[in-house]
Design a protein around this ligand. Structure first.
Ligand code: ATP
Ligand code: MG
Length: 627
């Protein structure tokens, strides 16, 4: 209960506590993997269709994706990107990429480049519409003076502490600051001197004069400008006063003539503030109508990962993962390196839909979307991950024979390739069992299996070393049973195993990735849903900044236990495996299915002809699913 209370405390009565819904299963009516399916209706599509019908925006649809360049994009952002760019594209509109760079201390071009790259990787295009909140600093400053001139803003010289004390609570109204009735002339003078660098950080803030008794804390005279003697990565040392997030965000939308301003639920109770600001400016002739309208949707909460930037940064800086693009990281650069596909994310977006209430999605749903997409697109290849030799005793020494394997079982147009068959092969160690259990269809003394795309062989035994480990399995083959030749199927065997010619196989580094965390909600003692949306905390931090004018970097949601304790120790295993010759020429980022194992991708950075490196994207089946 404690955490829910904490989440609730910082919220106005307008907001609801996150519902404690169970993990959402994929809906049975889930969209098929095919890209051509007509989009399913959702509340945002309905609103836009209605606005187009009534001509509210003259048929224009302009959305935006507004990341703060203070971290790398994660899976949750993919949902937001898919919605904003997708809705615009569906309606012949445009989606802007806008960097919300209002905090000069935390932002960096390194992040901007990565963010833009990830949006492009997902397949979206902002055309010429790449903007920065900092592009609007002049306008934002002008509007701030305008608010002062209208008697709608004042300079407050209280400390952050004092302001917090007068802010009130959920049940008690706030109290007016002693500076609230400063004259317009005094406010203008002080604000200009703030801008001109006369005061140290924190000496004053500019606040809107709205209503200290509002039940919505966001309307209790929020701070809109603070003093920050800091260089900004784009505006340099031009400014030492910076506009705060809420004020900047809604005005940026209006200046860009955004029509549908789509964001996550934690900003629902900020909407009255946004509307107040832009409505006043429009009334005063400072902004053009029609004004943007904000709509909120439920953020993506995904099990077995963390999606809070603060935690992602911690995982990287403390070395729990190998950088931002570690394939286990739920970042989009990590997803790419993992072998996830942009199309898989689109399928995922459609499958989970969009709603106005919080829910949790099992990461298995995302993995399934990737499987569906990869199944259709990835060519099949052979890899032996844990090799043991299989000797065909009656196969001529030194001989080599071609067997042909289709590149894709459902797509004959992709052709086939030759696999050399020789006397000594490599097979998976666990495809042989000397004392097989009931229902074992693979190799065992006396048992018959088909060497996939090759012959039926009969196992005749195995060699062991001094320690009892199997060093080679022996078999004989039946020359009349070659796959694809007449009569090959006359004899039926149940087992079908993959293999590689020992002389032709190529050693490769294979990185077996698994889930980064071993529990559905890292850091939570109890089951999913009790903590609500983890990301809500960040929205509230921003809110705290808006009121107090400080950085609000304290973490108000103390987890029940440390999420780091829930890291999966087996999330990465590096092995030396053997792969078929065709894989030597795989290009970095080429995605393949290793038959019987899963989907793999040639590593974006480390893979090369001299040293092949493959990352496991996802296994063929969900090994985490409860039977
Ligand atoms: P975090 O909460 O991880 O720190 P953020 O919300 O601070 O992320 P922004 O850069 O502000 O990150 O996010 C850009 C956009 O992406 C915002 O419109 C935000 O609402 C959206 N977004 C962020 N996280 C999610 C999520 N989990 N699901 C859907 N949309 C998200
Ligand atoms: Mg956030």
């Amino acid at each position: 209960m404690k955490l829910v209370d904490e989440l609730f405390m910082n919220k106005s009565p307008l907001s609801a506590a996150p519902p404690q819904s169970p993990i959402a299963a994929p809906s049975p009516a889930a969209a098929p993997a095919s890209a051509a399916a007509a989009p399913a209706p959702n509340f945002l599509r309905t609103i836009i269709a209605e606005d187009n019908r009534t001509g509210k925006y003259g048929g224009r649809v302009v959305t935006r994706f507004p990341p703060e360049p203070n971290g790398y994009l994660h899976y949750g952002h993919a949902k937001s990107i898919g919605l904003n760019f997708g809705l615009a594209a569906e309606n012949g509109g445009v989606c802007h990429l806008r960097f919300d760079d209002t905090n000069p201390l935390k932002e960096d071009v390194e992040y901007e480049d990565s963010i833009a790259g990830s949006v492009r990787w997902l397949g979206y295009d902002w055309g010429s519409h790449r903007y920065h909140a900092s592009d609007y600093y002049d306008a934002l400053y002008r509007f701030a003076e305008w608010f002062i001139e209208q008697g709608l803003a004042y300079v407050d010289s209280q400390s952050a502490e004092e302001m917090r004390a007068l802010r009130g609570t959920l049940t008690d109204p706030g109290t007016a600051s002693p500076n609230r009735d400063r004259s317009i002339a005094e406010n203008l003078d002080l604000f200009r001197r703030m801008r001109d660098g006369e005061f140290p950080d924190g000496a004053h803030v500019l606040r809107l004069k709205i209503d200290m008794t509002s039940p919505n804390v966001n309307l209790r005279d929020p701070a809109i400008y603070r003093i920050r003697h800091a260089s900004h990565h784009r505006t340099g040392d031009k400014w030492c006063v910076y506009p705060l997030y809420d004020y900047t965000h809604c005005i940026s939308d209006a200046l860009e003539r955004i029509t549908h301003s789509i964001c996550t639920l934690e900003f629902q109770d900020h909407r009255p503030l946004y509307d107040w600001v832009i409505e006043k400016l429009a009334e005063g002739g400072q902004l053009e109508r029609p004004l943007p309208q904000q709509y909120e949707f439920a953020r993506l909460n995904l099990t077995y990962v963390v999606l809070s930037k603060r935690r992602l940064i911690e995982l990287v800086t403390r070395g729990y993962v190998d950088g931002w693009d570690d394939p286990r990281m739920p970042t989009l650069v990590g997803a790419r390196r993992r072998g996830f596909t942009p199309e898989g994310f689109r399928i995922f977006g459609e499958r989970i839909g969009v709603s106005k209430s919080d829910s949790w999605i099992d990461i298995g749903v995302l993995e399934d979307c990737m499987r569906d997409d990869l199944n259709a697109r990835a060519q099949r290849r052979i890899a032996v991950l844990d090799p043991v030799r299989l000797v065909i005793d009656n196969f001529p020494e030194g001989a080599s024979e071609e067997c042909f394997a289709p590149n894709h079982p459902q797509r004959p147009e992709l052709g086939r390739r030759a696999l050399p068959l020789t006397r000594e092969l490599l097979i998976e160690r666990d495809d042989y069992d000397e004392q097989p259990r009931k229902g074992w269809f693979r190799l065992a003394p006396g048992a018959e299996v088909r060497l996939r795309y090759g012959y039926i062989v009969r196992c005749v035994g195995a060699d062991r070393d001094g320690a009892g480990n199997v060093t080679a399995v022996h078999c004989t083959y039946d020359p009349a049973t070659k796959s694809g030749t007449p009569g090959a199927d006359a004899r039926k065997v149940k087992g079908n195993i993959h293999w590689l010619s020992a002389a032709h196989a190529i050693a490769a580094e294979v990185r077996l990735y698994d889930r980064l965390f071993k529990v559905p909600v890292p850091g939570s003692r109890s089951s999913v849903g009790t903590r609500g949306a983890e990301g809500a905390a960040d929205g509230e931090l921003r809110h705290a900044v808006a009121v107090a004018g400080d950085d609000g970097d304290d973490d108000s949601t103390v987890p029940e236990r440390n999420y780091l304790d829930d890291l999966n120790p087996d999330s990465k295993r590096v092995i030396t495996a053997f792969v078929e010759p065709a894989l030597a020429t795989a290009a970095p980022e080429e995605r393949v299915q290793f038959e019987r194992h899963g989907y793999f991708v040639a590593d974006q950075r480390d893979h090369g002809r001299a040293r092949p490196v493959f990352n496991r994207t996802v296994t063929l089946r969900d090994s985490w699913a409860k039977p």
